[in-house]
Design a protein around this ligand. Sequence first.
Ligand code: HEC
Length: 267
Amino acid sequence: MLFLLNRLPFFRHPMLRSKSMPHVTRDKFALAVEAGPEGQVLDVERITAALREAGARTIEILDQPAALGPISPRFLLRTTVGIGVVCLVTGYLTYWSMKLFPVTIPMVHMLDQPRLDPQRQYSYFKDDFGMRMPVAGTVARGHMPYTIKTEDEASVLANPLPRTESVLKQGRQGFTTYCSACHGILGNGVSTLTAAYGAKPANLVADNVREYPDGRIYHVIVMGKNAMPSYAAELTEDERWAVVHHVRVLQRAMNARDTDIPKEIPR
Ligand code: HEC
């Protein structure tokens, strides 16, 4: 459509040769007064006078652009062949850059290397497998191994997170998502589970848990306890410590004393 109907690219418009044109893209503006359809004559003198009076810097009189005639067979042929050639050339260049260039030297050197594809048979090792187990003691990035075995040993762990607003919010979110179904939204062991669960979730705001050090609560989250599964996979290290903070918040809130009430209640 652009080539055949609009005859683009069209570089022959007389306006483009006007001396004022460079300024139009820079620091001036132009006003074009066009003659109407073929045969209409403009009163050039009156228009010039009016423009000058209005403060025009330059006034140019340009030819009317040649009217576009009907499409000639030659133009049609030339345009079609041109489009065809452009398609073929860009098509081949695309093919070359995607399929052929990557396998020419030196690009090919990266492909051509003695390597072992996963899941492949490989007779170099005794068991004929290409895949190897990681070296004993290998630690995956971002996964600190947790080696503590008992709640007592965990008691020495200190909560590394400060009690900031965002940490406490994170803790509440983690607790609500992963713990509240069993321990209740207030942590008091009043759960939404039916008796079919078969175990009694602990009351986390009771005196015995209030006396647990942080590390011990953390340990239960990581390792689980009897009927309680581990939540290590669901919560990152930081999220677990944030949940521990939230357990403390619940313990404080559920065991509020008279002295927790401010003497002067702000109005
Ligand atoms: C599927 C239900 C369930 C979920 C979810 C659950 N717990 Fe438990 N939790 C239990 C049960 C049941 C016990 C009691 C285990 C026992 O002592 O036999 C328990 C025990 C505990 C204890 C030890 C209490 C004590 O007296 O020693 C702590 C601390 C604890 N849960 C914290 C959490 C936290 C924090 C979460 C969320 C990350 C959580 N639990 C999620 C069921 C659950």
